[in-house]
Design a protein around this ligand. Structure first.
Ligand code: PLP
Length: 404
C-alpha cells in the first residue's frame, strides 16, 4: 500500500470536514478514522452486552469481541501472548496499576530509577510509592542536548534498583529513549523495566519482545482509538506474580465470608465492567495502524519535523526545547517565542485554526531543567502535511504582530 497523506486525512471526518483546521496537538490526542467510528457504532448497535458474565449469545459475542481486542493489542505490540495484555482506562491508569502491584513487594531502601523527562503520569506514582513503601527514587538528569542522560545509568542503577520506569519518548522534546541501553543496565542488577509508551505508540506498531522490556503502557486515544481505554502489557512470568490492585467483580475466583481467591491474570487486574466498546474501538484502530506502510509514514513525519525545526532555528526569537535534529525523535517540537506567553500564543494561533498545546504539558520537572515554566508544542501525526506547517509559520508571524 502506498502512502498519501491527503487520502489518509480524508479518512478522518473531523479533519476532512474542515480544510482550514490545522490539528497539531496529536501528542495530546489523535483524531478518529472512519474505520474506528464504524467499529464503535457497530459494536454498540449490534453487540452491546457485558463481558465474562452472561451465557446468552449476545453476551458471549461481546466477550469474544473483547478477547479478540486483546489479540489485536498483542499483534500491535508483537507480544508473546494475548493474556499478557491488561485493559485499563489509559496510560495513567496502567502505570498506577503497575506501581501498586509491583510496589506491593518493595521494601524500604529498594530503589526505582525514573528520569527528569517523564510525564507526571510516570513521575508522581513513584513519588507516592516512595511514601507508601519507603522506596528510594533516583532521577536520571537530562544531558546538554535535552535528551535523557543515559551516560549516568551506571551510576543511577545500583544493586538496590528494582525497577527503571522510563518514557519511550518525551511528550515535550520528542526525544526517543535508547531502551536497549536501559534494559541492559536493568538486567545487570536484576531490575525490571516499565516503559511509558504513550507517545511512541502513535507512530507505528511496536515489538516489546525485541525491545526486551518487562512492561509497556499506552493509551487508546493517542493511537487513533477511543478515550477511556489503555493498555498495560506485562511479560507473563512477571504479571502472574503480581497481586491485584482494584477489587470487585470479574477479578475473583471464589469469595466467602472468610477469604477470597483471585482469578488469573489478566482478569485479576480488570475489576468491574471493563471499557468494552472502547477496547473494540482500540482494536479497530490498531488493526488499521497495522495495515499502514510505516516506513513511508515515518519518513513523512520526519520530513515535517525537519522542516519545522529548520524554520524555527532560523527565527532569532525562538528557543527550541531539546534536540534540534530529527535523529531518534518523534515529530514533536516544543519551543518558546521570546516575550510571549505560551497560552497567549496558542490562543492567537487557535483563533487562526492552528491547534497547538501551550503550558507545561504535565512535565514540570522537564521544563524546570530548561529553566522555563511552559512551552508551546506542535506534534504531528500521519495526516499532517506541509499546509499545516505553512499555517503555523504564518500564525507565528501574526502572533508577533498581535502580541508584541
Ligand atoms: N505519558 C506520556 C509520555 C504522555 O504524553 C501522556 C499524555 O499526554 C501520558 C503519559 C498520560 O496519558 P493518558 O492521559 O492518556 O493517561
Amino acid at each position: 500500500m502506498s502512502f498519501d497523506p491527503a487520502a489518509l486525512r480524508r479518512q478522518f471526518p473531523l479533519l476532512a470536514g474542515d480544510p482550514e483546521l490545522h490539528y497539531l496537538d496529536n501528542a495530546a490526542t489523535a483524531q478518529l478514522p472512519q474505520a474506528v467510528l464504524d467499529a464503535l457504532v457497530a459494536h454498540e448497535t449490534h453487540a452491546r452486552a457485558n463481558v465474562q458474565r452472561g451465557s446468552y449469545p449476545l453476551a458471549e459475542g461481546a466477550t469474544e469481541a473483547y478477547e479478540r481486542a486483546r489479540e489485536s493489542v498483542r499483534r500491535f505490540l508483537n507480544a508473546g501472548r494475548a493474556d499478557e495484555v491488561v485493559f485499563t482506562s489509559g496510560t495513567t491508569a496502567a502505570i498506577n496499576v503497575f506501581a501498586h502491584a509491583f510496589g506491593a513487594r518493595l521494601a524500604a531502601g529498594d530503589e526505582i530509577v525514573i528520569t527528569r523527562a517523564e510525564h507526571h503520569s510516570n513521575f508522581v506514582p513513584w513519588q507516592l510509592l516512595r511514601e507508601r513503601r519507603g522506596a528510594a527514587l533516583r532521577v536520571l538528569p537530562l544531558a546538554g542536548d535535552g535528551r535523557i542522560d543515559l551516560a549516568r545509568l551506571a551510576e543511577a542503577v545500583t544493586a538496590r534498583c528494582r525497577l527503571i520506569a522510563i518514557t519511550h519518548a518525551s511528550n515535550v522534546t520528542g526525544a526517543l529513549t535508547d531502551l536497549a541501553a536501559v534494559v541492559s543496565a536493568a538486567r545487570a542488577v536484576g531490575a525490571r523495566v516499565l516503559v511509558d509508551g504513550a507517545q511512541a505508540a502513535q507512530h507505528g506498531p511496536l515489538d516489546v519482545q525485541r525491545l526486551g522490556v518487562d512492561a509497556y503502557a499506552f493509551s487508546g486515544h493517542k493511537c487513533f482509538g477511543p478515550n477511556g481505554v489503555g493498555v498495560l502489557w506485562v511479560r507473563r512470568e512477571l504479571l502472574e506474580s503480581l497481586p491485584p490492585v482494584f477489587a470487585g467483580g470479574g477479578m475473583v475466583g471464589r469469595v466467602s465470608l472468610e477469604e477470597t481467591t483471585f482469578a488469573d491474570a489478566p482478569a485479576r487486574f480488570e475489576a468491574g465492567t471493563p471499557p468494552i466498546a472502547q477496547a473494540v474501538g482500540l482494536a479497530a484502530a490498531l488493526e488499521w495502524m497495522l495495515s499502514l506502510p510505516w516506513a513511508e509514514i515515518r519518513a513523512h513525519e520526519e520530513r515535517l519535523a525537519r522542516r519545522l525545526l529548520a524554520a524555527l532555528a532560523g527565527m532569532d526569537d525562538v528557543a527550541i526545547l531539546g534536540p534540534r535534529e530529527t535523529r531518534e525523535r518523534l515529530p514533536i517540537v516544543a519551543f518558546n517565542l521570546r516575550g510571549i506567553h505560551s497560552h497567549d500564543l496558542t490562543q492567537v494561533l487557535g483563533d487562526g485554526g492552528v491547534c497547538l498545546r501551550g503550558g507545561h504539558h504535565c512535565a514540570q520537572p522537564l521544563h524546570a531543567a530548561f529553566g522555563v515554566e511552559a512551552s508551546v508544542r506542535a506534534s504531528f501525526a500521519l495526516y499532517n502535511d506541509d499546509a499545516d506547517i505553512d499555517a503555523l509559520i504564518a500564525g507565528l508571524a501574526a502572533a508577533r504582530r498581535t502580541l508584541r
